[in-house]
Structures are given as C-alpha cells and as structure tokens.
Design a protein. Structure first.
Length: 216
C-alpha cells in the first residue's frame, strides 16, 4: 500500500476524524502527527511527516466532489455475500514463533473452507466461523482468550478490478454511518472488500447496500 492509500484507510475507519475532515474542521499537520506512527507500523518503515500532510490534504480535497460521487453508481456491478456467526482471530508476529501460520492454514482446511486469511505488517488475521474445533487450533497460545473477537458478521463486496476499492470503502462506510451502523474493520483483496460489523447490524446493512446496488 502507498502512503495515500494508508492515510485514506486510517481516516475512513476513524469515524470522528472522517466527520471532522468532511466538515473541514481539522488541522492537517496535527492529524499527520497523530497518525504517523500507525502509518509507519502498517508500512514497516519510517515516513516523512510532510508526505503524510500532503496525503491528508489530497484526501480532504476529494470531499469537494463528494456530492458528485454520491450521484455516481459507486457500487455498480458489485456483488454481496453475507455471513453471520463470524469470529475475528488476530495474533501477532511474535505469537507466530509459537504457532506456524502455514500449519494453521492446513488445519483450517481440514475443518472448514469458510475462512479468509490476511497477513498484515504486525499480525495475522483469520475471519472464520465461530466453532470450537477452530478455537482448539490456537490452544497453545498463552493469551488465546485475547485473540478472539466474536459476535461479528462479514459482508463481502466483490467489485470489478477497474473500480477504486478505497472509494468503495469510503462510500460504504458513509452510507452505513448515515443509517447508524459502524464498521468494525475492513480488509482488501485483489477483487473484493470484506467489511466486518456487529452481527446485530448485519442484515440491515446488507439490505441497505443491496438496495443501493439495485438503484444503479
């Protein structure tokens, strides 16, 4: 990911920062100082503060055409799939010294094919069904109770490769926020975006996004 992409993702996931930027009531330099450590953690190397400021300003400038973007069919040709009963499993790179990620993938494949795997800069993430057999895979990790985040659902948004994924996430986050639904997380793959939210909100979120697609 590039610095502008990371900046957009961080801002999109932080609702308060996103709203302040949308209303043009935020200091770009102060925000850059705040999010610089997170950007460096994601990218795995140091970044120049001025570069972050420029990336923030460019993202803020994009809000000038926000109303026009709303009129465009952002979710045109998108396909949705909803899965309830999802567990978000996260363990750090340090934990991987105790348990081999490739071994986990092999054990996963023997239990279920309904999972997604993400390799981040400082951790590994699995999105999978909440099942006791899967929990047992991580029984050798000392802080295993801390790695499970339950009561979740995922909506997978498959989009054409020609469309900008970051714009889609920004649009989806705003549409759901307007309807009182907040995202827990969002993950990118080559041809889709997976958004994570609380299970209690999943059906309504799916209906809202599906209605949006049907209007395009």
């Amino acid at each position: 990911m590039s610095i502008p992409e990371v900046v957009r993702e961080i801002i999109t996931r932080n609702r308060s920062i996103y709203d302040c930027m949308k209303m043009d009531v935020i200091n770009y330099t102060a925000l850059a100082v705040k999010i610089q450590p997170e950007i460096e953690k994601i990218l795995g190397n140091s970044v120049n503060l001025n570069t972050v400021v420029v990336a923030i300003k460019r993202y803020a400038d994009s809000f000038e055409t926000k109303e026009e973007m709303k009129e465009e069919p952002v979710l045109r040709n998108a396909r949705l799939s909803l899965t309830d009963g999802i567990m978000d499993i996260k363990f750090s790179i340090n934990d991987s010294n105790k348990i081999d990620p490739m071994m986990i993938l092999e054990r996963f494949s023997k239990i279920t094919n309904n999972y997604e795997f993400f390799r981040l800069s400082d951790s590994f993430r699995f999105l999978t069904e909440d099942a006791e057999d899967i929990r047992q895979i991580f029984e050798n990790i000392s802080n295993k109770d801390d790695i499970f985040n339950t009561g979740l659902a995922k909506i997978r948004i498959s989009i054409p490769t020609s469309q900008n994924q970051t714009d889609v996430v920004s649009y989806v986050a705003e549409v759901l926020h307007t309807n009182g639904i907040e995202l827990e997380n969002a993950f990118f793959s080559q041809d889709s975006i997976t958004i994570i939210l609380h299970e209690k909100d999943s059906s309504r979120a799916y209906d809202i996004l599906h209605s949006d697609i049907m209007r395009t």
